[in-house]
Design a protein around this ligand. Structure first.
Ligand SMILES: O=C1C[C@@](O)(C(=O)O)C[C@@H](O)[C@@H]1O
Length: 254
């Protein structure tokens, strides 16, 4: 039996992939509005993409905004993600602040999952995961290639590296240049799921060409899919309502 992960009643790694919608507000007012709107959307998990927040470099402001978001979202599972510019995000901060921010938030009791990028300081990644676990917070260890799709072996190696570092949810997002690249991502996902995944994994091939990877996770082995409510946080995200219908259709066909 493969392990599943349950966050506030939402189980990843069982049945249809769960739907995560990113929040991309720039300031407190926009974030509050977004959170209120998201309460009306059929989603399973919310991700706060804090790199979109104008005051992300002020830890106290981040905590304040987070408290406001949590108050509105109530018991919806929440992922905290600072996506660096080099991996497709909005901003770059120095690595010290990146880890300080994530560690403080992991200790805050306000989030359920933190996302940490694989290609950062290994020692710091491990230490952040330890802190997260001590505070009952799960860790995604993620990697993004907005330029290309690495070889199957490389995709698997990165997901396994994330496992080795202690990730609860290894994740990789890659950019396809052609249809074969989409197959490469799906094949890597399937092999990882069949042979090495003792815990749920998250994979996607981005942009229009990669769409099948955001829909067919239940077949190939990806536990979470990112959908768009108002504004997408990455190319290729499918509107949530359509996403839920397709995920259910696939689930019923299996
Ligand atoms: O890592 C991911 C996946 C993603 O890049 C996507 O392609 O859907 C969207 C991001 O918000 C999230 O942090």
């Amino acid at each position: 039996m493969k392990k599943t992960i349950t966050v506030k009643g939402v189980t990843l790694g069982e049945g249809a992939p769960k739907i995560c919608v990113p929040m991309v507000g720039k300031n407190l007012e926009q974030l509050k509005e977004e959170a209120v709107f998201l309460r009306t959307v059929d989603l399973d998990i919310v991700e706060w993409r804090v790199d979109f927040f104008e005051q992300v470099e002020d830890l106290e402001k981040v905590k304040e905004a987070l408290a406001a978001i949590r108050k509105i979202l109530k018991d919806i599972p929440l992922i905290f993600t600072f996506r660096s510019a080099k991996e497709g995000g909005e901003k770059e901060v120095n690595e010290n602040y990146y880890f300080q921010l994530n560690k403080e938030i992991a200790k805050s009791g306000l989030v359920d999952i933190v996302d940490v990028e694989l290609l950062t300081d290994e020692h710091e990644v491990k230490s952040l995961i330890e802190i997260a676990h001590r505070n009952d917070v799960y860790a995604i260890v993620s990697n993004h290639d907005f330029d290309k799709t690495p070889a199957k072996e490389e995709i698997i190696a990165r997901l396994r590296k994330a496992q080795e570092l202690g990730a609860d949810l290894p994740k990789i997002a890659v950019m396809p240049r052609n249809a074969v690249d989409v197959l490469t991502l799906l094949e890597a996902t399937n092999t990882m799921f069949e042979q090495y995944a003792d815990r749920p994994i998250i994979t996607m091939s981005m942009a229009g060409k990669g769409i099948v990877s955001r829909l067919a996770g239940e077949i190939f082995g990806s536990a979470l899919t990112f959908g768009a409510a108002k504004k997408a946080s990455a190319p290729g995200q499918v509107p949530v309502t359509e996403l839920r219908n397709i995920l259910s259709l696939i689930n019923r066909s299996l």
